[in-house]
Design a protein around this ligand. Structure first.
Ligand SMILES: [Zn+2]
Length: 158
């Protein structure tokens, strides 16, 4: 897999979180989880419902940072993302089988499972996987999204 350079129009083509989350079900997500577990990538790879909330300027990308106990994604100018040493932390595959970054993060980000409250108040968007006692795929939600009014900064919990 070769990761292509960031392109604003790839981010802009992502769907609304509520519609996008409905495009897949738990079984489909678990099928991907099985592949991740079979190749022992569970410590490094999650399945994310990539989505967008608003349009970005041509020179912006979404940057996720840890703020208190929450991971917060905000639009940041491309110039600032590069100077912060951020790396692609959300990538998506197009119908042409090309992989593109659609979100960035910094090393200060960390993952923890959603609390029950966060899970029920938000839409689950990030799934991690582990093997159960009998080898079955066990799915966990690491992040949820709380859709708010269009144009506002969105807090990604988790
Ligand atoms: Zn979101």
């Amino acid at each position: 897999m070769v990761l292509c350079s960031y392109q604003n129009q790839i981010y802009e083509a992502l769907g609304d979180v509520e519609q996008t989350a409905k495009m897949v079900d738990k079984d489909q997500i678990n099928e991907i989880g099985k592949i991740i577990l079979d190749h022992e990538y569970e410590e490094d790879v999650c399945v994310i419902i990539a989505h967008r909330h608003f349009n970005l300027a041509q020179d912006e990308a979404m940057l996720e940072t840890l703020e208190g106990k929450s991971r917060v994604s905000r639009p940041v100018s491309w110039e600032n993302i590069a100077s912060m040493g951020a790396f692609p932390n959300v990538i998506t595959c197009t119908r042409e089988n090309q992989w593109y970054p659609v979100g960035y993060g910094t090393r200060t980000s960390e993952t923890r499972p959603c609390s029950e409250k966060e899970f029920t108040e938000g839409i689950p968007t990030t799934y991690s996987f582990a093997r159960g006692k009998n080898g079955q795929v066990e799915q966990g939600c690491n992040r949820g999204c709380r859709p708010t009014q269009a144009g506002h900064v969105i807090v990604h919990i988790g």
